[in-house]
Design a protein around this ligand. Structure first.
Ligand code: PEP
Ligand code: MG
Length: 574
């Protein structure tokens, strides 16, 4: 028996047998083509491109799955149509006299490698999209088959090196119950798709692929984030029990949607969804969420080859506001910089991008980009309940500078005779410790605050949130972080300003009872965590407040861990 720990992409519990999916190896003979064959190779390349485009177009037309899948297919079309990429492939054929297949293989391998090695996580995670498109082209050019899943047996769990978006969507089509992969990250396209397709998965499992044989018994524990290979009898028995409990829970969760979100003590909780991709826009209504607590607008840049113009942004924000009505959407202005520096923006490289021109600093440094967004939001504000929030605010001066731009843009629109919202609540994200410590001053001026725990933890503990080697230092429940949460909540209460939590901490079952016990009543979670979170909230009772009363800076990390992992466990793991 061997147990390997990894990262949960979508929660679930499955027991089955392993089936390895080999990384596709293409049989492309290296050879120098005769110049007389150039035309034939170009033709083969054009045919392959046309074939894949037609395949994706058809898939899009007949598409019935989640919208996020559609968006990813569209981004693959963009890769196929990328003129720069095509130029590289064509010149490899004409200048190096490589066959079209060889050229595609080499150019796509190179680009995948360079994306993977980029220090910018956002792009590095797009590497598998390029590899995916490269594989499709090679299948068309060589006439060789990609892995066929048609003979998949029920109970087989896919084991692979790294999943691509096409593979994930094929897993859903073939009812593959779960997968685990040696590599992967939470925010890759493949992972986003995994969550919208509800496929339990664990990735980032060191050495997995070589340690598993086809037919090995396998437990995929996408709750605790591990895979157990060839489990012994007692472990199998334990998981048989857990599985039964889990199935029961899953079926109860479906029934939860219609219940109001309130604790067992009768406290109303406003539970909203975070929205990254527009394509998840149906989720809040489907889940019965009280709106969208964080819309990360910078994702509009994903896979685009130009900055979104004002009209397009207006249409999109309007669509979101209308879709979420009668609830509101908290629309966060572009959080660019850090790991989300778009290739569309000519910013100078920075030695410490996370401590650099990021979030509102970036928007204030590039007013021509910021104003376009603000104008679009103000116009869309006429069509629904939009609240506007600024990321990475360090203190009041950042907020006031952003607020002034909103006012200027409103005056400008009115002077042009363009209708726009006369009132738009303005809020700040609390994700830098200085903002939490100055929360009273911020609360006096802004309309609401939302705590971004992903960054708040990173900046409080000086620990890069994307560096997996630092995981032991990235302690979300650190007393210093808990104290900043309490300080912010108290400031909001003092000035009557709502305080929500939209960072991942709110989506993590083990932290939810603590947050409710500390007095938070406004949470925004990722859609996949919505129902599990709701189930925990319904269990929270009056005794919880007493248990959590002393959590904070005055208590040690050990005491907090005892509280979370022992005393509060019955609330999230009964
Ligand atoms: C956060 O920092 O917690 C947050 C919600 O913002 P992001 O994850 O987009 O940085
Ligand atoms: Mg953040």
């Amino acid at each position: 028996m061997l147990s390997i720990n990894g990262l949960v992409i979508r929660s679930g519990l499955r027991v089955g047998v392993a089936r390895r999916i080999k990384a596709q190896v293409w049989d492309v003979a290296p050879r120098r083509i005769d110049p007389a064959e150039l035309e034939k190779e170009y033709q083969a390349l054009n045919d392959a491109l046309a074939h894949i485009e037609a395949e994706i177009d058809l898939h899009l037309q007949q598409f019935q799955g989640p919208d996020s899948d559609r968006e990813i297919l569209k981004s693959h079309l963009l890769i196929l149509r990328d003129p720069e990429l095509l130029k590289q492939v064509k010149s490899a054929v004409s200048d190096n006299l490589e066959s079209a297949a060889q050229a595609v293989q080499r150019v796509f391998a190179g680009i995948t490698r360079s994306f993977r090695n980029l220090p910018n996580d956002f792009f590095a995670q797009r590497a598998s999209d390029y590899s995916d498109v490269g594989h499709r082209l090679l299948a068309a050019l060589t006439g060789q088959e990609q892995e066929d899943l048609a003979d998949w047996q029920p109970g087989q769990i896919a084991v692979l090196n790294e999943a691509t978006p096409s593979q994930v969507s094929a897993f859903a089509r073939h009812n593959i119950p779960a997968y685990c992969a040696q590599q992967g990250s939470f925010t890759s396209h493949a992972s986003i798709l995994t969550r919208s397709l509800n496929i339990p998965a664990v990735v980032a499992l060191p050495g997995l692929y070589d340690k598993v044989q086809d037919g090995d018994a396998l437990i995929l524990d996408a709750i605790d984030g591990k895979v157990i290979i060839a489990p012994d009898q007692p472990t199998l028995l334990l998981y048989a029990e857990l599985l039964e409990k889990y199935r029961e829970q899953e079926s109860q969760e479906q029934k939860l949607s219609s219940l109001p979100v309130q604790t067992a003590a009768g406290r109303q909780i406003s539970l909203r969804c975070n929205l990254d991709l527009l394509t998840d826009l149906d989720q809040p209504a489907r889940l019965g969420a009280a709106g969208i607590g964080l819309y990360r607008t910078e994702f509009l840049y994903l896979g685009k080859d130009e900055l979104p113009p004002e009209d397009l942004q207006y249409q999109i924000y309007r669509q979101v506001a209308e879709k979420v009505a009668p609830h509101s959407v908290i629309l966060r202005t572009f959080d660019l910089g850090g790991d989300k520096l778009s290739h569309l923006i000519p910013a100078a490289p920075e030695a410490n991008p996370y401590l650099g021109c990021r979030g509102i600093r970036f928007s204030l440094a590039y007013p021509e980009i910021f104003r376009v967004q603000i104008r679009a939001v103000l116009r869309a504000g006429l069509h629904g309940r939009i609240q506007l929030m600024f990321p990475m605010v360090a203190d009041l001066k950042d907020f006031l500078a952003a607020q002034k731009i909103v006012e200027d843009c409103r005056a400008e629109l009115l002077a042009e005779g363009v209708e726009c919202a006369s009132e738009l609540p303005l809020g700040v994200m609390i994700e830098i410790p200085s903002a939490a410590l100055c929360a009273e001053e911020l609360a006096r001026h802004c309309d609401f605050m939302s705590i971004g725990t992903n960054d708040l933890v990173q900046y409080t503990l000086a620990t890069d949130r994307n560096n997996s080697a630092l995981t032991p230092y990235y302690v979300t429940h650190h007393p210093a972080v808990v104290q900043l949460l309490k300080t912010t909540l108290a400031a909001g209460r003092k000035y009557g300003k709502p305080v929500s939590i939209c960072g991942e901490m709110a989506s993590q079952p083990e932290y939810l009872p603590l947050l409710i016990g500390l007095g938070f009543t406004d949470l925004s979670v990722n859609p996949a965590s919505f129902l599990p979170c709701k189930r925990i909230i319904l269990r929270c009772d009056a005794a919880l407040d007493d248990l959590c009363q002393n959590a904070g800076a005055t208590c040690s990390l050990a005491a907090l861990e005892e509280l979370i992992y022992q005393k509060l466990k019955p609330y999230y793991h009964p």
